[in-house]
Write a new protein. Sequence first.
Length: 302
Amino acid sequence: MTANTTDKTLETASEKTPVTLLGLGAMGTALARAWLAAGHPLTVWNRTPGRAAGVAAEGAKVAGSAAEAVAASTLVVVCLLDDSSVGEALADTDLAGKDLVNLTTTDPAQARARAEWARERGARYLDGGIMAVPPMIGVPEAGGYVFYSGAGELFEQHRETLAVPAGTTYVGEDAGHAALHDVALLSAMYGMFAGATHAFALIRKENIDPVAFAPLLGDWIKAMAGPSVTQTARQLATGEYGKDVVSSLAMQVAGTPTFLATAEQQGVSPELIGPYFALMRRCLTESSGEEDLTGVVDLLLR
């Protein structure tokens, strides 16, 4: 390597935004390694010091305390167990002039309260909801991303650095919106898992190979989910629940006894699908029946 090349490499490295990261669990460690691989100077702290050994060997500076770590960089990223852990870790730190990005899983109310807490201490605040698991971090093709909400100018300033571990999606100035988007999507995921679980239970006692059944199930969910959520969103936006209906509420409610009977015949509890069917029947009593299933959304708000 020539002297000029060396100088250019050092100059590029020096331009990378320094990052402080508090928390080295599975996700925190993945984040740390992504920033290190991209050449960002990284200071880390973890309540259990031994967890820092791996990233220290890769070039991270290990701080002896959270206060020392916070002092090392303007950009401070927190990825801890819960909101209480965040408060405890930052209790004795000087946040004045810091840019605090909280990637800890919280609820919207906690995120808003933490944003105000940070503001009172002189820091700008972004809340984040990570839509990825650790193996997806630092792997662009894996499709992971992070919701961010809070100070818009802070997000724009650090967008490039924040995009190193995973893609970024900014969802507004309200600090609670990243957590809300996160929980909303994960709630849909668990609902999907519930349906898949019920489907596997139905075939469990039969001479049906679950491995052969899986692609049928996955493809069906994919084919139904995309158009359905788009249709529901449009109907919620316009208030026209009876527009472009393919399968009316009345028709779908009429079919539910078959699903319940099949579950009984197969010895499968209806507890995963029963509550949704009950909401469908209740919705039917309050509508013409020619509408879509979108009215169930409004029932949940009562």
